[in-house]
Design a protein around this ligand. Structure first.
Ligand code: K1U
Ligand code: ZN
Length: 167
């Protein structure tokens, strides 16, 4: 397994729309294993392939306390949603920035698992928020885009400064 490099906002590659996965094979399962290792090491509770510069529709999520409940969603689609809730979010591609975002409270997701078999899952709370956040990444959307233009400009300046200082 390998740790992958996570792209940082405002990297333009984060705005790429990911392509559907057509074949679930050992190459994809290797990417899944590497993404899981990268997410746990960060540490994070989710990761989209877009964030590690692979533009395919694949996300991994683990919101468990014990970090032993890895969920893999290939070609995920929200097929039903209900209610609205506002939760504070973070993002491994926007380090050090946390802000509130309003999303659907309950969702049903349809996807393929790591064996290529279709499944559906109902989610609420942090799991529902995290899945929606990760699907946004696959559509080229970063959570800061829900914030005001002023906040986005400030975040962009702050991260560019951090990146200059780390060079
Ligand atoms: O997509 C990502 O960048 C991962 C992101 C997922 C997420 C977090 C919070 C709300 C919505 C989506 C993160 O994992 S940020 C890090 C984080 O939240 C966390 C890290 C360690 C322990 C617990 C949470
Ligand atoms: Zn994110």
């Amino acid at each position: 397994m390998a740790l992958l490099q996570i792209l940082h906002y405002p990297d333009p590659r984060l705005h790429t729309v990911a392509q559907p996965v057509t074949t679930v094979d050992d190459t994809l399962r290797r990417l899944i294993a590497d993404m899981a290792e990268t997410m746990y090491a960060a540490p994070g509770i989710g990761l989209a392939a877009t964030q590690v510069n692979h533009h395919v529709r694949l996300i991994v999520v683990d919101v468990s306390e014990t970090k032993d409940n890895l969920l893999v969603f290939i070609n995920p689609e929200v097929i039903w949603s209900d209610g609205l809730e506002t939760m504070e979010e973070g993002c491994l591609s926007v380090p050090g920035i946390y802000d509130k975002v309003q999303r659907a409270e309950r969702i049903r997701v349809r996807a393929l698992n790591a064996q290529g078999q279709p499944f559906e899952m109902d989610a609420d709370g942090l799991l529902a928020v995290c899945i929606q956040h990760e699907i946004d990444h696959l559509n080229g959307k970063v959570f800061v885009e829900y914030l005001s233009r002023l906040k986005q400009d400030r975040i962009r300046q702050k991260l560019k400064k951090q990146q200059r200082e780390n060079m």
